[in-house]
Design a protein around this ligand. Structure first.
Ligand code: PLP
Length: 429
């Protein structure tokens, strides 16, 4: 690989080359005096495994262009405590809300938590304050546990609720079924029993179909109903729909888990409080998402049925999700929940999706395929247009056969991003 003239990046950070051909890492305040190798090659000691990783990534992209990624950066201006979002110069894509950076207020909260020492593993004031913020939203009778990942939140929630011979009923589009690489099955031992649902939402009659063999020792025993709010198809359950599922589930002795990776988007859409879709609707365990709504990382498990939380501290530790420097997850949740940032971010992402759907649907040849109720838009495009569009903007092909794509907006998607993208689609058709 040729050495770029001024700066490069390695797995260990961003390295600048000075006029003496020495490298230093500005963020680490350390110097690395490795000279440039002859031929202008970057010394492997500097680049580390990143080159191989990059090669693998390129090979992957050649094979699966729909998973193309764009790199965005967020920078914190320490001088005035203000933050600005930077962009590497590529078009902002519509692949996922995970592609967005970190909201400046979150970064600021993390920086403020970065003073002195604090007790580890959650025994710190930030965690206490974050828990209080959860109480303010979800009520006093809950137990909250922070974890790193959404997948972990889901897996550990299911582990808390079900034993290996039991089963989890969910939509066939559910993230736990499609996108977690079998982690729920591996770590809980439970079978997932899927139902088709409509636009990502499941209903009582579908759940009922899996209850015919209760008590029959040759069949797994349904124990949990898991719903996703907002769904993987960008739709939203109303409080009434959740209540109907919960009432039925409880009558049958089942536990209700909600994958709320985008619960904020659902509440923003319905203009309701988080508790109306959870505490008040009969949910037993919630995986509450932070990352997709502007955090750097961090999700929360909220137990409304606190009996299920008995021993959960051990389940989380065994599940490798007990953060030693927990204050940095807690500080983010505090910033997200205390001043309504969660709603502002989610409402903005939703508004951008609605705008995108409206403008794109005006273009002949674009068919919006699902109700746009949160921050995702699904559309069918002429097949030839998809790779062309993907060469400039990242997004996923959702259904190869149907030529259905998914466009997702985030807290930082701007109206200009949307207009720019729609203009591109228009020019292509
Ligand atoms: C609905 C839903 N649940 C859970 C997750 C899991 O999150 P993570 O990627 O942090 O494991 C995602 C991630 O995209 C998601 O969309």
């Amino acid at each position: 690989m040729r050495f770029p003239s001024v700066e490069t990046e390695s797995a260990s950070g961003r390295w600048l080359k000075n006029d003496k051909n020495a490298y230093h890492c500005p963020t680490k305040r350390t110097k690395m005096s490795t000279p440039v190798c002859r031929g202008g090659k970057v010394p492997s000691s500097v680049l580390g495994p990143r080159n191989q990783k990059e090669d693998r990534r390129r090979m992957h992209l050649a094979k699966f262009p729909s998973s193309g990624r764009m790199i965005r950066t967020a920078t914190l201006n320490h001088r005035n405590g203000d933050c600005t979002m930077g962009n590497t110069g590529s078009n902002r894509g519509f692949a996922s809300d995970n592609y967005a950076g970190v909201h400046p207020e979150i970064l600021k909260a993390m920086a403020m938590a970065n003073t002195g020492h604090a007790k580890a593993y959650g025994d710190d004031p930030f965690t206490l304050q974050a828990e209080a913020a959860f109480n303010a939203h979800f009520g006093p009778d809950i137990q909250v546990y922070f974890v790193f990942l959404g997948t972990a939140a889901n897996v550990l929630a299911l582990a808390a609720a079900a034993r290996p011979f039991e089963a989890v009923i969910c939509a066939d589009t559910a993230h736990i079924h499609v996108d977690e690489c079998g982690a729920p099955e591996r770590f809980t031992g439970c079978k997932l029993l899927t139902v088709p649902g409509v636009d990502g939402k499941i209903s009582v009659p579908e759940i009922q179909r899996h209850l015919h063999a209760v008590g029959f020792e040759h069949h797994v025993q349904p124990r949990v109903v898991s719903i996703t709010q907002a769904t993987e198809l960008g739709t939203v359950y109303t409080p009434r729909e959740i209540r109907d599922i919960a009432d039925f589930a409880h009558e049958k002795g089942l536990t209700v888990h909600m994958d709320g990776a985008r619960l904020a988007n659902a509440a923003a859409r319905l203009n309701c409080e988080l508790r109306e879709l959870t505490t008040d609707a009969g949910v037993d365990i919630l995986s509450f998402g932070g990352t997709k709504n502007g955090m750097m990382y961090g999700e929360a498990l909220v137990f409304f049925n606190t009996d299920l939380a008995e021993d959960f501290q051990y389940v989380r530790k065994q599940g490798m999700q007990l953060a030693s420097k927990m204050r940095f997850i807690s500080a983010q949740f505090k910033a997200l929940l205390e001043g309504g940032l969660w709603r502002r971010n989610a409402a903005h992402a939703n508004a951008m999706a609605a705008m995108l759907a409206r403008l794109a649907s005006e273009i002949p040849g674009v068919n919006i395929t699902r109700p746009v109720e949160a921050n995702a838009v699904f559309a069918v495009l002429p097949p030839k247009a998809i790779p062309l569009l993907q060469s400039e903007f990242s997004f996923y092909v959702w259904n190869e056969e149907a030529h259905e794509v998914r466009w997702m907006t985030a807290f930082d998607t701007s109206p200009e991003d949307v207009k720019n993208f729609v203009e591109k689609i228009r020019l292509m058709f």
